[in-house]
Design a protein around this ligand. Structure first.
Ligand code: SAH
Length: 500
């Protein structure tokens, strides 16, 4: 029987991109992923189809599985011959009980590797604008557990810790904050020493409370600081005002809903995250290619009959070229045609196919293409338009008045179920800053998803539309379009939000 293997992988502090290449490789090849509360769940999207996911998260008091049970699960899965990736927040060996899991695997004769991760102890302060060392303020740093096993305070050498000039970082320490600050002051550390409490560090919901050893406990109570939180003690905390790059990002702290189909949302999601925002993916539509598309096949067999080819979306380009290849053809079959593309994403997809479109209207909208085409088209021309089954008829209808037009449907968009309760709750609590709509069908399906009876709740947030057609649909529901970009692209849409 195939022998399994276990990878103990550090998932980093939370920011999706703070994961090692090696860690990502282990996620992709895993048969089973066993993951913690602090590992960013978005990594699971990279798992291969059929990969089993087991949540063993611990929320301080309510353990989902005990450590023994976690060990058992990992060993059992590996003994079944599976590749197990054990994802742990931060670094597996920094208070992650990674060593215990490793020892247990060794006892059970199961091969394993450890992939280090970026620990929150260093990255957390960094994202809060606090360098863990500095030539003028801290020549060492000390990472300490605040989750102490005994009540007598004998586990740590408080006298030594109070005497240290470097930076002290306590993990798992919020519940013990009073104890920690009192002990340090008692052993001689200045009550005026700066302290920062960093919660959900490196995530879009990062929050920071600063004070001094003397008042930090009161402040934490007042601000209701909860785990996961890092306690950073030392003069370096004072640099936060200067070095705080993360919280200054234009979308920091903003929740932005992305309603696009999952296959298409990544560019938008990535841009929102890069700007420090929290992109909430709610793909309300799914692209469903029309199967056994005889009409398309017929067109592909008679391409010579057309001298214009129009693409208005990335999906049509992708589906069209896939089928072209499946039929044993390639882009040379299109050499005699003028190719038109609406929208930069469509142009980009065509470029990937080795095609540089002949006509690209300045504005990303069918009307603009019509204006430029209508000047050159003659009666004997023949246009092929591969399109979505629910696309507007504008181009087909108007171009047909000039010459012959063949439109073929390549795909449908079908509704995806969304977590209605979560959205309604967030809307009620005014937690959603923007909802982005990139097509009329995202508007329709989003409203269907939350239920038409709740439509007035959308007045509590800012609806951003990609362009006039989408805006028209929003207005037809009696809602207000907060912003629409001058250039109808994803970049334009992001600009609207950033410059708000
Ligand atoms: N192995 C992890 C630490 C596990 S112990 C690492 O290297 O980061 C769990 C503690 O880590 C939490 O109680 C909290 O103090 C800290 N922690 C981990 N991720 C954090 C985050 N994103 N923000 C704040 N604290 C975090």
């Amino acid at each position: 029987m195939k022998k399994g293997k276990v990878y103990l992988v550090g998932a980093g502090p939370g920011d999706y991109k703070l994961m090692t290449l090696k860690g990502m490789e282990c996620i992709k090849k895993a048969d089973v992923i066993v993951y913690d509360r602090l590992a960013n769940v978005n990594y699971l999207k990279e798992a291969k189809a059929g990969c089993e996911r087991i949540y063993v998260g611990k929320a301080s008091s309510q353990h989902t599985l005990t450590q023994d049970e976690i060990n058992e699960v990992i060993v059992r899965k590996a003994k079944e011959g599976q590749i197990v990736t054990r994802l742990k927040g931060g670094d597996p060996y920094v208070f992650g009980r990674g060593a215990e899991e490793g020892e247990y695997l060794l006892e059970n004769d199961i091969p394993f590797e450890v992939i280090p991760g970026i620990t929150s102890a260093i990255a957390g302060p960094c994202y809060a604008g606090i360098p863990i060392t500095h030539r003028d303020f801290a020549s060492s740093f000390h990472v300490i557990t605040g989750h102490l096993k005994d009540d007598e305070n004998t586990e740590l050498n408080w006298e030594a810790l109070a005497g240290v000039k470097g930076t002290l970082v306590f993990l798992m320490g919020v519940a013990n904050l009073k104890n920690i600050s009192e002990n340090l002051i008692k052993e001689g550390k200045s009550p005026a020493t700066p302290v920062a409490l960093i919660s959900w560090a490196t995530r879009p919901n990062q929050s920071v409370v600063t004070g001094t050893l003397e008042n930090i406990y009161e402040l934490a109570l007042e601000k209701e600081v909860k785990p996961p939180t890092l306690i950073v003690i030392g003069e370096v905390v004072g640099l936060r005002d200067k070095l705080n790059f993360f919280e200054q990002k234009p979308l920091f702290g903003k929740n932005v809903i992305v309603t696009r189909a999952r296959e298409q949302s990544s560019a938008l999601v990535e841009k929102i995250s890069d700007m420090g925002g929290n992109a909430i993916e709610l793909p309300v539509i799914k692209i469903q290619e029309i199967e056994d598309n005889h009409e398309l096949d017929e067109c592909l067999s008679s391409l010579k009959a057309y001298n214009y080819l129009i693409f208005t979306s990335q999906n049509t380009v992708d589906i069209f070229f896939n089928r072209l290849r499946e039929k044993g053809l390639d882009s040379r079959g299109l050499a005699h045609m003028k190719i038109c593309a609406v929208g930069p994403q469509t142009v980009y997809s065509l470029n990937k196919q080795g095609i540089r479109p002949d006509i690209i209207p300045e504005r990303a909208i069918g009307e603009a293409l019509y204006t430029s085409l209508s000047q050159e088209l003659k009666r004997e021309d023949s246009i092929l338009i591969p399109k979505s089954a629910i696309a507007r008829e504008y181009l087909v209808e108007n171009l047909s008045k000039i010459c012959s037009v063949k439109a073929i449907d390549l795909y449908n968009t079908v509704t995806e179920a969304i977590d209605k309760d979560m959205i309604l709750r967030m809307l009620d609590e005014d937690k959603i800053d923007y909802i982005t709509f990139t097509s009329s069908s995202t508007v329709k399906n989003f409203i269907r998803g939350i239920g038409r009876e709740h439509i007035s709740k959308l007045n509590r947030t800012k609806l951003v539309s990609i362009g006039p057609i989408t805006s028209k649909t929003i207005l037809e529901y009696g809602l207000t379009v907060y912003k629409e970009p001058e250039i109808y692209t994803i970049e334009g849409l992001i600009e609207c939000i950033i410059n708000d």
